[in-house]
Design a protein around this ligand. Structure first.
Ligand code: THU
Length: 162
């Protein structure tokens, strides 16, 4: 048996240490929290995506009485961004959360399905997507690539035909 280790790199910054562009993107993720349709969980998530054409697209989580029919904020934003600007590359995604029912003390961490979707776009555009995870205490976790957040990602070569 061989032991292998995976290490990952990420950065922690204060909101006020960020570039203005990153601050703006986080503000947009926070603003869109208002539109979350999250009455079943009481947990609102906002996401904003910066494209290489300079446009930003925001999304919030959209829940449903048939629970699995709902969708996370990240995928709402990413799917809309890719639908509206299919030729554009995604530069950065910012994510924030708020809740009246739960105490949120740490970074909102994107679920596995959202990471898989981010990884797909990273592979499609052949360039890295930065990820900004905003914490209510105004600390921000920064990852330079989705790959760093999802080891053993399922990639398109797995579906290569004979
Ligand atoms: N949620 C997101 O929108 N993004 C995440 O990264 C994690 C969870 C949503 C799904 C559901 O509407 C609520 O948060 C509680 O899980």
């Amino acid at each position: 048996m061989i032991e292998r280790k995976i290490t990952t790199t990420f950065y922690i910054a204060n909101y006020d240490e960020l570039t203005v562009a990153d601050q703006v993107l986080i503000n947009k993720a926070k603003e869109i929290l208002e539109s979350a349709y999250s009455s079943y969980s009481g947990f609102a998530v906002g996401s904003s995506v910066l494209l290489d054409n300079g446009k930003t697209i925001e999304g919030s989580n959209q829940e449903n009485v048939a629970y699995p029919s709902g969708l996370c904020a990240e995928r709402v934003a990413l799917f809309y961004a890719s639908s509206k600007y299919p030729e554009s590359m995604i530069n950065t995604i910012a994510i924030s959360a708020s809740s009246k029912s739960f105490k949120i003390e740490d970074y909102i961490s994107p679920c596995g399905a959202c990471r898989q979707v981010m990884a797909e776009y990273e592979e499609k555009q052949k360039s890295k997507i930065r990820v900004l995870l905003h914490s209510p205490n105004d600390k921000v976790l920064i990852s330079d690539s989705v790959e760093d957040l999802l080891p053993f990602v399922f990639r398109s070569p797995f579906l290569k035909r004979f």
